[in-house]
Design a protein around this ligand. Structure first.
Ligand SMILES: Cc1cc2nc3c(=O)[nH]c(=O)nc-3n(C[C@H](O)[C@H](O)[C@H](O)COP(=O)(O)OP(=O)(O)OC[C@H]3O[C@@H](n4cnc5c(N)ncnc54)[C@H](O)[C@@H]3O)c2cc1C
Length: 389
């Protein structure tokens, strides 16, 4: 496939690059050091009109798909991975709302998102099912024109900062949720009664994403906030959430890998020995290691772009590409950040060095659902014609 972007994707990526340089990169170290949710990044992306990436053009958005999401999250992730994650989860939430939006949801959520007035995000994970994010135990019970929701979500990116949360639930049966039963996705407004936020997040990496637990106790949600039909969740998980999430995360971690390569190149060129006048870039074994880093990055970028292009085109064989590209980007980000830690020598080992942050941020990739373990399993299953679940 042709991996050159269309002029529209190119211009949106150029816009994201400009926003990143002027508003996101200058604060990236502070975001990491202070576990600061990047309000400035989200505001700058909103100001540039990028929050409605996946909102249909008829509602004021860009009507874009997977390629643009991957390109933009890579651009942001290269400078501030936490900002890329926050923006990426907003985009995934938007795509989920947009997939089967009712008239009310179009006007109330999608138009506001396109105008940069509304941040949404995804709240699927629960401690009970962990990496098996498609098995919610959060209970959904019908009550007149409303639903009553009870349960606890964990690791909600943009937690307590978003205007709405796309949550997964299971219909109540005999007083308990039935995992594997009737799944539904809802969009939950931030000001709904009964939302209790747990302690703020202080992560090993991705420290600015405000990943928080959310307890829902008897939370009343109007029926109009149901996404699609009741029981549609499996469709959402595999047709919308997975592809958009995989693109956002693969793009973000490819950005981390790119910045690790750039930091390594700068150090190899700059560091020169007094005793020989030789730079690190003159040393053959380091030239070989640097080449291996570059090859790994370009292979991952090629796989990601292939996956995005196939996903956007609705290619019948897109699935293994989509599943593989996030696991592969995760492996590459960790590999390159780790190599950068060695090749950049003692300066990289300084507490909270930029390279050390890359390694910490890269590590999150393996445990973010769908996790690397599950993605590799599912890629094999999809190639062998074995059901994923
Ligand atoms: C920085 C960050 C941001 C996040 N943001 C969000 C968010 O916005 N929204 C959201 O819903 N969630 C989010 N999550 C949660 C994330 O998607 C995972 O659900 C969560 O990290 C899983 O953690 P756990 O401890 O429950 O894993 P566990 O379920 O305990 O798994 C531990 C390990 O076992 C492996 N494992 C489990 N089962 C199998 C199996 N059958 N075969 C092979 N290996 C297996 C997993 O791959 C994993 O590596 C975020 C997590 C992090 C770290």
């Amino acid at each position: 496939m042709d991996h050159h972007f269309s002029p529209t994707v190119d211009s949106l990526q150029a816009l994201a690059r400009q926003v990143t340089q002027t508003s996101i990169e200058p604060m990236a170290a502070q975001v990491d050091a202070q576990c600061m949710w990047p309000a400035h990044s989200m505001a700058a992306l909103a100001q540039a009109g990028l929050m409605g990436l996946h909102v249909p053009t008829a509602l004021g958005g860009h009507g874009q798909g997977l390629q643009t999401l991957a390109a933009i999250t890579e651009t942001i992730g290269r400078a501030c991975p936490s900002s890329a994650l926050c923006f990426g989860m907003h985009c995934v939430g938007t795509a989920v709302i947009a997939a089967k939006a009712t008239g009310y949801q179009q006007q109330h959520y999608l138009r506001a998102i396109a105008q940069g007035r509304h941040i949404t995000t995804l709240a699927l994970s629960e401690s009970g099912s962990g990496a098996h994010f498609f098995l919610p135990a959060t209970r959904l019970a019908a009550d007149g024109d409303d639903f009553i929701v009870d349960g606890t979500k964990q690791f909600v990116t943009n937690g307590s900062h978003a205007d709405s949360y796309v949550i997964s639930t299971a219909a109540q049966q005999d007083g308990a949720a039935a995992p594997g039963g009737d799944f539904s996705c809802l969009v939950l407004d931030a000001d709904a009664p009964g939302l209790q936020w747990q302690e703020p997040w202080a992560g090993f990496g991705m420290r600015g994403n405000s990943s928080r637990g959310l307890r829902l106790e008897g939370t009343r949600v109007p029926r109009r906030n149901l996404l699609g039909e009741q029981g549609d969740q499996v469709w959402y998980v595999f047709e919308v959430i997975a592809p958009f999430f995989l693109m956002a995360m693969a793009g973000t971690y490819l950005g981390v890998a790119q910045s690790a390569l750039e930091a390594t190149e700068a150090h190899l060129r700059m560091r020169r020995y007094a005793h020989s006048g030789e730079s690190l870039a003159d040393i053959e074994s380091l030239q070989v290691r640097f080449a291996a880093m570059w090859v790994a990055l370009e292979k991952s970028r090629g796989l990601l772009r292939e996956a995005a292009a196939r996903g956007d085109a609705g290619h019948p064989d897109a699935l293994p590409y989509l599943l593989a590209c996030k696991a592969d980007a995760a492996d590459t980000a960790v590999l390159l950040a780790n190599e950068a830690m060695t090749l950049c020598g003692g300066m990289a080992y300084r507490e909270n060095s930029r390279v050390a942050q890359m390694l910490r941020d890269a590590r999150a990739s393996h445990v973010m659902s769908p996790t690397t373990d599950l993605l590799k399993l599912w890629t094999g299953r999809s190639l062998l014609g074995v059901p994923l679940l």
